[in-house]
Design a protein around this ligand. Structure first.
Ligand code: CA
Length: 234
């Protein structure tokens, strides 16, 4: 079974040690770093399932780290703050933090919050409630409720991952996604998938376009980086 991978970003050794110990006891797989820069490095190598993020870090603030991460990922983030105050709260949650705890906190409080956020995140990704009914760009129409993708009126008959990638692309035309980002956004267990998996699914996705129109391909390859969706070719 794959463990839940939690990134802990905390510069105070005593606090970090308590957090790491209690999360390991919960069965989570932990990476601990003490600076914002290292946190972003770890994030770029492997997207965690969850991030515990201290606000007061020695290099950049936890808010800066959150802002950077939110450019590409909706991974749940729990802020740790030393000050009780509306400013931290508002700023943190506006930036896309999921919750925060104020130091000092008990390990039990921390793990309870994490479990609550993970449950919430899971039910949101599974619930169709927030899905738009229809996404249309150029000649392609997606019906997320039905996992159906149409090119003109023809059903592309996409697999789940092909569909998921096309949806990500079409929601943000022009944005370049790395393979890791696509895996994080689309795959159920990204850590089990290889970079090549994304390439393979892009290939089959293109093949399905070509079955209907041999010249149709709105997916652009960015060599050494990843893929994007070109709305002008759609
Ligand atoms: Ca700190």
């Amino acid at each position: 079974m794959n463990k839940i991978f939690v990134l802990v970003v905390e510069d105070e050794p005593a606090i970090a040690e308590t957090i790491v110990y209690s999360l390991e006891t919960e069965g989570f797989d932990i990476t601990h770093v003490g600076t914002g820069g290292e946190a972003i490095d770890v994030f770029r190598q492997k997207v965690p399932h969850f991030i515990v993020l201290d606000v007061g870090l020695p290099d950049i603030t936890g808010f800066d780290v959150c802002r950077e991460i939110r450019k590409t990922s909706q991974v749940p983030i729990l802020f740790l703050t030393a000050r009780e105050g509306e400013i931290d709260r508002v700023v943190g949650l506006e930036l896309g933090g999921d919750d925060y705890v104020v130091k000092p906190f008990s390990p039990r409080e921390l793990t309870a919050r994490i479990h609550a956020i993970l449950r919430r995140a899971q039910s949101q990704t599974r619930s169709p409630v927030n899905e738009p009914e229809e996404i249309r760009v150029g000649r392609i129409t997606l019906l997320p409720d039905r996992y159906q993708a149409l090119l003109d009126d023809a059903d592309l008959e996409l697999s789940r991952y092909e569909f998921g990638m096309l949806k990500v692309f079409m929601l943000h035309p022009g944005r370049v996604y790395t393979r890791n980002q696509l895996m994080d956004l689309v795959w159920d267990e990204p850590e089990a998938a290889l970079d090549r998996t994304v390439d393979a699914h892009i290939k089959t996705l293109r093949r399905k376009f070509h079955k209907i129109d041999s010249r149709f391909d709105p997916v652009k390859t960015h060599r050494g980086i990843g893929y994007s969706f070109d709305e002008n070719s759609a």
